[in-house]
Design a protein around this ligand. Structure first.
Ligand SMILES: Nc1ncnc2c1ncn2[C@@H]1O[C@H](COP(=O)(O)OP(=O)(O)OP(=O)(O)O)[C@@H](O)[C@H]1O
Ligand SMILES: [Mg+2]
Length: 414
């Protein structure tokens, strides 16, 4: 009885097609960038699969920021929409991984496609590959990206490539900057590329109409990014260079010897804000806690802050808003002198902006989720979600830091 042939039929258009046979299809770094549901992941995974099928012994990689996020995204698409026939016929089998080896799809021709997350990078990064597919590349840091490119040296096929897909993010995101600099080839993916969304004659399919209606209902930067594929800044974002992938990190135990700074914005009807920063030996600032509270008297805040002083190092400086009476009350109840902030708005914005931008390379004003202290007094407003782009006031702090005596090396490292 002759072997049954299973046929996998796909049609590619636009950016997806260009990733296969366009002039840049073999570039070292290729990114499919675009709105949601245009077929980026499907195309990239299909390319990887086909290359493994036709190049015996090829080594591929499927990677995302976290391994867990892969299991419900790329691996489902791969298993159910890209390699289902090959898996059904046993040409491709799944290897769950071992202490030494990353989990992988194994091909009967000796090719393998390893799978993993940058959160547990050791096993995937201790190996060499011909092609690496990065899903939702904006989640990665540039460090992650470049670490992956260093693995592309298996040399089994005529070109080595990192192929990635992503939805857009802020225009200052490192990935966008890399594209602008020509180091990564951007292929702009659009809904018309996806046969599931648009017919050959350019009219939307029924599924396309329904899905686009969902995207049309989005608002703000989400509409621009996920409906139109535009790299736009977040709503109300003041600090252009702010990037959660860089500036929002997991909490850690801050060494007691790191200098602390408090910045205080007085308020009663508007929230009183006390942001507490720590500075590491490289001059990076960490916002590690914040009080954000309305309807509370300064002397009550002072007693809360006194409690904090019992368990945290005394701050090197308390930089305050200019309300003389509130400052005097705070100083009297806290027993520590305070400084008036330099409040040139644009100076402050530039100071923070410069620091945040600087953060993209080495030195960063790294922010982690502020630990919130809620008012214990009845009637006091309970906490609201802090948004770093306005509330919580790095400006107050950084403006002040810059005033440190000229010639002190630390100033420029800020
Ligand atoms: N060329 C194609 N032919 C048939 N179906 C396709 C094609 N491209 C994509 N699809 C289908 O369209 C759906 C969306 O595709 P995919 O997940 O690749 O989009 P995406 O651009 O990666 O979306 P997101 O930005 O949300 O990650 C999937 O169900 C996929 O199977
Ligand atoms: Mg995708």
């Amino acid at each position: 009885m002759s072997a049954k042939t299973l046929v996998h039929r796909v049609e590619f258009r636009g950016a997806a097609k260009a990733a296969f046979d366009g002039p840049n299809a073999r570039d070292p770094e290729v990114l499919l960038s675009g709105p949601a549901g245009t077929g980026k992941s499907f195309a990239a995974l299909t390319k990887l699969h086909m290359m493994a099928l036709i190049n015996p012994g090829m080594r591929g990689l499927i990677v995302r920021k976290t391994a867990t996020s892969l299991t419900s995204t790329a691996l489902v698409t791969f298993r159910e929409q890209v390699a289902q026939e090959a898996i059904a016929t046993g040409i491709v089998t799944w290897f769950g991984g071992s202490a030494q080896e990353a989990a992988s799809y194994r091909y009967s021709n000796g090719s393998i496609i390893a799978v993993g997350g940058m959160d547990k990078a050791t096993r995937i990064m201790s190996s060499e590959y011909d092609v690496a597919y990065v899903q939702e590349a904006i989640e990665l840091t540039e460090n992650d990206w470049e670490a992956i490119t260093t693995r592309l040296r298996n040399g089994r096929i005529s070109f080595q490539q990192i192929i990635a897909d992503t939805n857009p993010d802020v225009p200052t995101h490192w990935l966008k900057q890399r594209g602008n600099a020509g180091r990564t080839t951007f292929l702009e993916s659009r809904h018309e590329d996806n046969p599931m969304m648009y017919n050959d004659d350019g009219t939307p399919t029924e599924r396309g109409v329904n899905y686009l209606a969902k995207l049309d209902a989005l608002t703000g930067p989400r509409l621009q990014r996920l409906r139109y594929g535009a790299w736009v800044a977040a709503e109300g974002q003041i600090f252009e260079g702010y990037d959660a992938a860089v500036h929002l990190i997991d909490p850690f135990d801050i060494p007691r010897e790191w200098p602390r700074y408090w910045s205080i914005d007085f308020g009663y009807t508007n929230p009183f804000v006390c942001s507490r920063y720590a500075e590491d030996p490289d001059g990076r600032l960490y916002l590690y806690a914040e009080i954000y509270q309305t309807k509370t008297l300064v002397e009550d805040h002072a007693s809360i802050l006194k409690g904090i002083l019992k368990r945290e190092p005394r701050p090197h400086a308390i930089i305050c808003d200019h309300d003389a009476e509130d400052r005097a009350t705070l100083t009297r109840h806290l027993g520590i002198s305070t400084r008036a902030a330099r409040k040139g708005v644009s100076d402050g914005l530039q100071a923070v902006g410069v620091t945040v931008q600087a953060g993209r390379g080495r030195q960063a004003a790294v922010v982690h989720p502020p630990r919130r202290r809620c008012a214990s007094r009845p009637g006091a407003d309970r906490s609201q979600e802090t948004d770093l782009h306005g509330r919580g006031n790095p400006r107050l702090h950084l403006g002040r830091r810059r005033q440190r005596g000229p010639g002190q090396a630390r100033r420029s490292r800020l």
